[in-house]
Design a protein around this ligand. Structure first.
Ligand code: NAD
Ligand code: DAU
Length: 332
């Protein structure tokens, strides 16, 4: 396999994977990205011109997708509308991209007999109680809560159906919450870091007891490359790095690392239908494919991420005011 088509490669995790794949293999990568509000061409700077190409376009447009799939050996599908809060206020783009876009891609991959890897989320499994000893596994039933997670669940089920009914050569991965550089300032960690840089107090939804299972984006990329190269067709793999933390603890860590009082944050209106806890059991990926995460020290990874946002204001500043204006309207 030498030529990858990476959809959503100008987004947070997609761009991380593009850098990771170009640094760690001799593959050629073509990115297909619509450059929505979430896409940023600057996240793909400095890549080798002889092994990298960028196409701006919509994954839901067959005329754009089919020739690009024809040129590729494998498709790695990251493109999505990805933010839960947006999905609660304007769900339509989530259906267009996450459902119709995925359908358009798997139809092209099926017709052309191409390998397909579908990137999904742990949110398809719904949420867990704080004291539940169980974590999500590949056997956990789907039970999504938000318009975002239900469209991701729908797209996973389409991929599974295309494997069973049409023999699509696909794998699926469901990963937990990613952190690291190049994440849009609408998301929890970058929002709070950039608020503190701006002298604004971090905003915690509700009581801040909700737990997310944090993984560094580089570890997500190494897992996806492992599954692409060694995964069994038709299989789903959960990706996680045992990084459970509640939101209050994360905000306190950010404040402390940035030299502020640990309690210098505000509680704001909670997210509707807010999932309480996600937790991943990634035993299958670790034992069957031999993957393991490298970034096991969350505090060190968070400190490096804070440093990156301090040093790369030109990357995030253009999105900050509009993002905060949107949150302000919602009381968040
Ligand atoms: P993101 O919002 O940062 O990036 C999404 C990218 O997709 C953007 O570059 C955007 O321009 C592009 N895009 C959107 N609609 C498109 C369309 N119709 N055609 C072509 N490109 C389009 O998202 P992210 O956080 O990098 O997430 C990437 C993928 O990983 C998503 O599928 C998401 O569900 C999944 N995921 C994310 C996380 C996380 O913590 N961020 C965790 C698990 C899984
Ligand atoms: O679990 C994987 C998912 O992680 C991905 O599928 C999604 O694409 C990704 O956006 C992320 O979803 P979350 O909704 O968990 O991430 P978000 O960064 O929006 O919020 C993380 C937690 O922080 C969540 O409990 C809500 C809370 N929060 C968020 C914001 C933006 C706050 O308390 N304050 C905030 O300002």
């Amino acid at each position: 396999m030498q030529r990858l088509l990476v959809t959503g490669g100008a987004g947070f995790i997609g761009s991380n994977f593009v850098h990771y794949a170009l640094d760690n293999t001799d593959y050629h990568v073509t990115v297909l990205d619509k450059l929505t509000y979430a896409g940023n061409r600057a996240s793909l700077e400095g890549l080798p011109a002889d092994r990298f190409a960028f196409v701006q376009g919509d994954i839901a447009d067959p005329a754009t997708v089919e020739p690009l799939v024809a040129e590729a050996d494998a498709v790695v599908h990251y493109a999505a509308e990805s933010h839960n809060d947006n999905s609660l206020h304007d769900p339509r783009p989530f259906l267009d991209t996450n459902i119709i876009g995925t359908y358009t891609l798997i139809e092209a991959a099926r017709k052309q007999g191409k390998r397909f890897h579908h990137i999904s989320t742990d949110e398809v499994y719904g949420d867990l109680e704080l004291d539940d000893p169980e974590r999500f596994t590949e056997q956990t039933p789907y039970n999504p809560s938000s318009p975002y997670s239900s469209t991701k669940a729908g797209s996973d089920l389409l991929v599974r159906a295309w494997v069973r009914s049409f023999g699509l050569q696909a794998t699926i991965s469901n990963c937990s919450n990613n952190y690291g550089p190049y994440q849009h300032v609408e998301k929890f960690i970058p929002r709070q870091i950039t608020n503190v840089i701006d002298g604004v107090r971090p905003k915690l939804y509700g009581k801040g007891e909700n737990v997310r299972d944090w993984i560094h984006a580089n570890d997500h990329s190494s897992a996806v490359l492992t599954i692409l190269e060694k995964g069994a067709i038709g299989e789903t793999y959960l990706i996680g790095a045992d990084g459970e933390k509640n939101n209050k603890d994360v905000v306190e860590l950010i404040l402390t690392e940035m030299g502020q009082a640990a309690d210098a944050y505000d509680h704001v209106v909670d997210r509707a239908g807010h999932d309480l806890r996600y937790a991943i059991d990634s035993t299958k990926l670790r034992t069957e494919l031999g993957w393991k995460p490298e970034y096991s020290d969350f505090e060190a990874g968070l400190a490096a991420t804070i440093q990156w946002y301090r040093e790369n204001e030109a990357w995030w500043r253009p999105q900050k005011a509009a993002t905060e204006a949107k949150y302000k309207e919602l009381g968040q």
